[in-house]
Design a protein around this ligand. Structure first.
Ligand SMILES: Cc1cc2nc3c(=O)[nH]c(=O)nc-3n(C[C@H](O)[C@H](O)[C@H](O)COP(=O)(O)OP(=O)(O)OC[C@H]3O[C@@H](n4cnc5c(N)ncnc54)[C@H](O)[C@@H]3O)c2cc1C
Length: 403
């Protein structure tokens, strides 16, 4: 893995184009629809400015948008802010055993452990381990950066990994020779209810740049594998030489445009990259229309979160019971205020000086309150859901046309 690209870097270097590593891009300067330069930090932490004619970015879209100088309009920034990423860490354990299991990876579904998948690197390729008499396992934890585990010290994560592997019967205690932890931020672009809308806004904004292309997995916020990611790079490079490929259409709905190969999808084989559409259809909606629609749905959804029917019923029921109890208490202390009521009504309302009847009255008020609260929240949830579903369909229809 990676060997092809190491060779590629060697060939480029031999031609006078060295690949520069470890220089995070911090700022992207632009003027009149063209990127003019980037500011990166070199290994000594000093800012360096790099100019160029053409720019291709694999930065996560959210970072790219926030690096642009001058900054994009607020709505584009908001759309970038809304893109989410799932993070991931691997606890690598070196096991003093030649064969632990025959698969290259296994998924772990038991809820008793936190780990989600185990890689057995050697079974992908013997070249991935230095000593094939041992087994290197990669225990994968799918997390958010905000999760407590993300900040755990490496030692604690390694201990947890060993304990969980013992717990599921994979290894024996004492078999582990060494361990290390690799944290990978933004490993997975998240497909949530909003990403499509946010992406449409960002994409439309980036289209104004004539010499900036975004490619790859996080560069397109698309769940691409390596082959698709590389393909977007190939097409971006060809675009610089005059072709007009739409890199955004690589890996859409897992169809392949380069050649029609229905037999390969039918056979369930792994799919391979495709030729993108030469031109995306011209959008039918203005930029502003898409933005407004997107935000209408989103704001409503955030403002009107779903109400918990049970909690609402209990809350209204408790308040009703309390009000009833206080009312009864006040009327007993001031019997002059007691309204003229029939015996049955007084009994139902707990206004007879009899403890059992009082308790029945308060319970009745609580029950009625519970029914009122839960049914009100149920009706409200249904109305909001209906409205949001309707709005989402409209937005998605307009974006499908625009994309
Ligand atoms: C756990 C896991 C398992 C996977 N398994 C497979 C698999 O089995 N097969 C497969 O085909 N694919 C697999 N993938 C997907 C594969 O890793 C990606 O599709 C591929 O790496 C995407 O390539 P890319 O160039 O878009 O992104 P990356 O490989 O992430 O490269 C992006 C580059 O941009 C650089 N960069 C980002 N921000 C900046 C910045 N501000 N300044 C400078 N540089 C920056 C990064 O340093 C990095 O070098 C897996 C992914 C994960 C997370």
């Amino acid at each position: 893995p990676g060997m092809m690209w190491e060779r590629c870097a060697e060939l480029l270097e031999a031609q006078g184009s060295p690949t520069v590593f470890g220089q995070p891009v911090q700022q992207i300067y632009h003027h009149n629809g063209r990127v003019t330069a980037i500011k990166a930090l070199n290994r000594r932490g000093e800012a360096t400015e790099i100019t160029g004619r053409e720019f291709i970015s694999t930065m996560p879209l959210r970072e790219l948008i926030f690096s642009l100088s001058p900054a994009p309009p607020d709505k584009v920034l908001q759309a970038a802010h809304n893109l989410r990423y799932r993070d991931y860490l691997t606890v690598v354990l070196v096991i003093d055993r030649e064969n632990v299991f025959p698969d290259n990876w296994i998924y772990i579904h038991t809820p008793e452990v936190k780990l989600g998948r185990i890689q057995n690197y050697k079974n992908w390729s013997a070249a991935m381990v230095p000593d094939t008499s041992k087994t290197a396992l990669g225990l994968e934890y799918f997390l958010w950066e905000q999760d407590a585990e993300w900040k755990w010290p490496d030692e604690r994560l390694i201990e947890t990994g060993i304990r969980e592997c013992v717990q599921i019967g994979l290894i024996r205690p004492g078999e582990v020779l060494d361990g290390t932890v690799v944290r990978m931020k933004k490993a997975y672009p998240v497909y949530d209810n909003y990403y499509h809308r946010s992406l449409a806004i960002i994409r439309r904004y980036l289209e104004q740049f004539s010499n900036l292309q975004t490619i790859g997995r996080n560069g397109l916020h698309r769940y691409n594998n390596q082959d698709h990611s590389m393909m977007t790079g190939v097409y971006a490079a060809r675009n610089i030489f005059g072709e007009t490929n739409d890199v955004w259409s690589v890996n859409i709905e897992q169809e392949y445009h380069e050649e029609s190969r229905p037999e390969s999808s039918a056979s369930g084989e792994r799919l391979v990259p495709m030729r993108p559409r030469d031109h995306a259809p011209e959008p039918q909606h203005t930029f502003d229309e898409i933005v407004e629609e997107a935000y209408a749905g989103q704001v409503v959804e955030e403002l009107f979160a779903r109400l918990d029917t049970l909690a609402m019923g209990i809350a209204v029921g408790t308040v009703s019971g309390l009000i009833c109890a206080i009312g009864i208490l006040l009327l007993f202390y001031h019997p002059a205020n007691m309204p003229e009521l029939s015996g049955l009504t007084r009994e139902t309302l707990g206004l007879d000086p009899d403890w059992v009847k009082i308790v029945i009255g308060i319970t009745g008020a609580s029950g009625a309150g519970f029914l009122l609260g839960s049914s009100m929240s149920l009706v409200r949830n249904c109305l909001i859901k209906f409205y949001l579903g309707f709005t989402r369909k409209r937005v998605e229809a307009s974006q499908t046309q625009a994309l």
